[in-house]
Design a protein around this ligand. Structure first.
Ligand SMILES: Cc1cc2nc3c(=O)[nH]c(=O)nc-3n(C[C@H](O)[C@H](O)[C@H](O)COP(=O)(O)O)c2cc1C
Ligand code: SF4
Length: 418
């Protein structure tokens, strides 16, 4: 197998690594926190993360340092950092691995983030079904309290911080940051209109930043090794490494860590071992179910935020789903829309109704009752959702549905009424 570029999976790749506080400390764990608390001002931490070029690994790829910089100076309201560990995008399982295999790495990044944004109490929102991850992260937090790395006067610095693990109840939409904040407040998780953005009015109407698990796991490296060392990895606007989840018809599905900009074809053939049973590749969904599908002849591209956007799709949650020559792409489209229809929160008519009607139309193809006009109707209904909804879920349904019909018309034609 080709060699990985290990940063967030560095410890996990060691087969003897226990993932507890003692093991993490042996690898240099919590030296970054010590450095920050002893020698850095909050704004210097924000500047370092900005300069590293770190972009959020949860989906949108927004600059982490810029987001931290949007938080207001300390005032009369508490500040919050909420770690998004919901990981509900189909095909995505990297955050689960990070939480179970090396929980202290992202927690250290989170404590540093809390210090940088003047937070005294913050939350880790973990998908409720991920019971093992919840237990591992809670055990890590308990160890930190016992060792004066959380609670009052951390490492004698005078800085106080509490972290609370909050299990979600298993709704995909609660991965969307504002729905997650509603859920955290004890309400039904519904995306909010933006503005106001969470940095102005987030959890309990207080300044809040939401960050993905992997985003935070990069922070200790940036502090320990320096912004230049991080920025030297990847490409100028897509710095660092990424943990990519590759699943589907492959010889070696799994999570592989490579530099940003690594070739997508190489990820599939050199890392994941190529298509199972020597079959041919038909399609790749490169960034979770919300990303537009690519045809087999479109995968010789760098795998990073900008390159995938330029290719008309997105890197999203770094979930690469691979389909071989025997796959019926209409079935893939049906499963995808069934998921989105089930998970739509129902606030916006185009999303609630559109996902329902597209699901019904695609089912007509599976009943071999399709025709050219129905294909166009699927395309049009999907287009009517894009850009017309409260949250990005709408675009995440509309784009992929159009892509299935536009890139694989021959697959839909196989299901025309005879
Ligand atoms: C429908 C939907 C689901 C999402 N699910 C997740 C998720 O499971 N995990 C995640 O980190 N981000 C998810 N996001 C993105 C978050 O809204 C947010 O942008 C992200 O957590 C910010 O963290 P980052 O800047 O570190 O990437 C989702 C977004 C949408 C629109
Ligand atoms: S786009 Fe869909 S999921 Fe998002 S707020 Fe509207 S109805 Fe809810």
């Amino acid at each position: 197998m080709a060699e990985e570029k290990l940063l967030v999976l560095k410890n996990i790749r060691d087969p003897g690594y226990a993932g507890d506080l003692a093991a993490y400390r042996k690898t240099g764990g919590y030296t970054a926190l010590k450095k920050v608390l002893q020698a850095m001002k909050p704004e210097e931490v924000v500047e370092a993360v900005k300069a590293s070029g770190l972009r959020g690994r949860g989906g949108a790829g927004f600059s982490c340092g810029m987001k931290w910089g949007f938080m207001p100076p300390p005032g009369d309201k508490p500040h919050y950092l909420v770690c998004n560990a919901d990981e509900s995008e189909p095909g995505t399982f990297k955050d689960h691995l990070l939480m179970v295999g090396d929980p202290h790495m992202f927690v250290e990044g989170m404590i540093i983030g809390c210090f940088a944004m003047h937070s005294r109490h913050s939350y880790i929102y973990i998908r409720g079904e991920s019971m093992y991850a919840i237990r591992r992260v809670q055990a890590a937090i308990d160890e930190l309290y016992r060792n004066h790395l959380l609670g009052k006067n951390i490492l004698g610095s005078g800085y106080d911080l509490d972290l609370t693990v909050h299990p979600g109840a298993g709704a995909y939409i609660c991965g969307e940051e504002t729905a997650m904040l509603d859920s955290l407040e004890g309400k039904r998780g519904l995306p909010r209109f933006k503005p106001p953005f969470p940095a102005q009015s987030g959890f309990d109407a207080c300044p809040t930043t939401v960050n993905n698990v992997e985003t935070l796991a990069n922070v200790p490296f940036i502090i320990n090794e320096g912004t230049e060392a991080f920025a030297a990895l990847g490409t100028p606007n897509n710095t660092g490494t990424q943990a990519v989840c590759i699943s589907g018809h492959l010889e070696r599905p799994g999570v592989y860590e490579v530099e940003m900009g690594h070739n997508l074809e190489s990820l599939i053939y050199e890392y994941a071992g190529g298509i199972r049973g020597g079959k041919l590749l038909k399609a790749v969904v490169p960034g979770g179910a919300s990303a537009d599908v690519l045809r087999a002849d479109e995968i010789d591209i760098p795998y990073d935020f900008d390159s995938l956007t330029n290719a008309g799709t997105m890197r999203g949650s770094a979930a690469v789903m691979v389909f071989d020559e025997d796959t019926d792409m209409v079935e893939v489209a049906e499963r995808t829309i069934r998921f989105f229809n089930h998970e739509s929160c129902g606030q916006c008519t185009p999303c609630r109704e559109g996902t329902f009607w597209i699901k019904n139309m695609i089912r007509q193809f599976l009943d071999d009752a399709g025709d050219e006009a129905l294909m166009q109707r699927v395309d049009r209904a999907a287009g009517n959702i894009i850009g017309t909804t409260i949250c990005a879920f709408g675009d995440a349904v509309g784009g992929p549905m159009q892509a299935f019909v536009r890139k694989f018309p021959e697959e839909f034609r196989k299901h025309f009424a005879s």
